[in-house]
Design a protein around this ligand. Structure first.
Ligand code: URA
Length: 243
């Protein structure tokens, strides 16, 4: 799609039309490496490379990101006790309306998807869609086969009409297990582990669908998700986690 530079910058979260026009007029925008000071200049937008104040961007009609969420961050835009995960993103991404896909507790770490694609958010948060989410859980007390069996067989949770079942549960260590769940209820893993007679001391999400959080992505950092990542996410068989 062809777009003028002002419209293009606005769509990518660089402010109002007037603010984008001003950025261009001040010579702060480069397209394919060359300063462009004409806000009405038209470009083919798809995958266009541009920079604003020497920070490189690629035009994206919709933005899909994975954040390695650190502890001590809330998934709300208006956090109450801790900084927001949105403070970890560059301002244009927040300005263009990128939102967390579901929520992790403030003390949970790991894979958090973020996007400005509304239908995508719906398809990953709707209770009917049963998207597998894989967590590594550190427990207070040693975990045993009986607790794993209880989680796989289904545990009763206060306020839930049906037993909640883990679709996979693997003991990794004396106090560590890998758990796959398909629902997205409030404090789900903590409540399931409590119902099985233990307690969560640490929770880290490592995969959603078939997409695993790259081990090379440090806590607090984010990455763009490209088409192959989105295809892996869409797999409903549960995280392809090695080991
Ligand atoms: N389950 C929890 O208890 N907390 C999370 O953050 C995610 C899943």
């Amino acid at each position: 799609m062809r777009m003028d530079l002002e419209q293009l910058l606005k769509s990518q979260g660089f402010g109002s039309r007037a603010e984008c026009r001003a950025l261009v007029g001040q010579g702060r925008v480069r397209v394919d490496g060359e300063v462009c000071d004409d806000a009405d200049a038209e470009f083919e937008a798809e995958r266009l490379s541009f920079s604003v104040d020497n920070v490189l961007w690629t035009y994206r009609k919709v933005a899909y990101l994975a954040l390695n969420k650190p502890a001590g961050h809330e998934c709300s835009r208006r956090p109450v006790c801790h900084p927001s995960v949105y403070s970890l993103l560059p301002r244009p991404l927040v300005m263009r309306g990128v939102q967390a896909v579901g929520r992790l507790d403030q003390d949970t770490t790991g894979l958090l998807l973020m996007t400005d694609d509304g239908p995508f958010i719906h398809s990953y948060t709707s209770p009917r869609k049963l998207v597998p989410k894989v967590y590594e859980v550190i427990t207070r007390h040693p975990v045993d086969d009986a607790q794993c069996a209880a989680l796989l067989g289904g545990v009763e949770l206060h306020g839930e009409p049906k037993r909640v079942v883990a679709s996979a549960c693997t003991l990794l260590d004396e106090r560590k297990l890998r758990l796959t769940v398909t629902q997205g209820k409030y404090h789900l893993v903590k409540r399931m582990i409590a119902a099985a007679g233990n307690r969560v001391e640490g929770l880290h999400r490592i995969a959603i669908g078939g997409f695993s959080l790259p081990v090379t992505l440090p806590l607090g950092q984010w990455m763009w998700l490209e088409s192959p990542d989105l295809e892996l996410l869409a797999e409903r068989r549960g995280g392809r986690v090695d080991g």
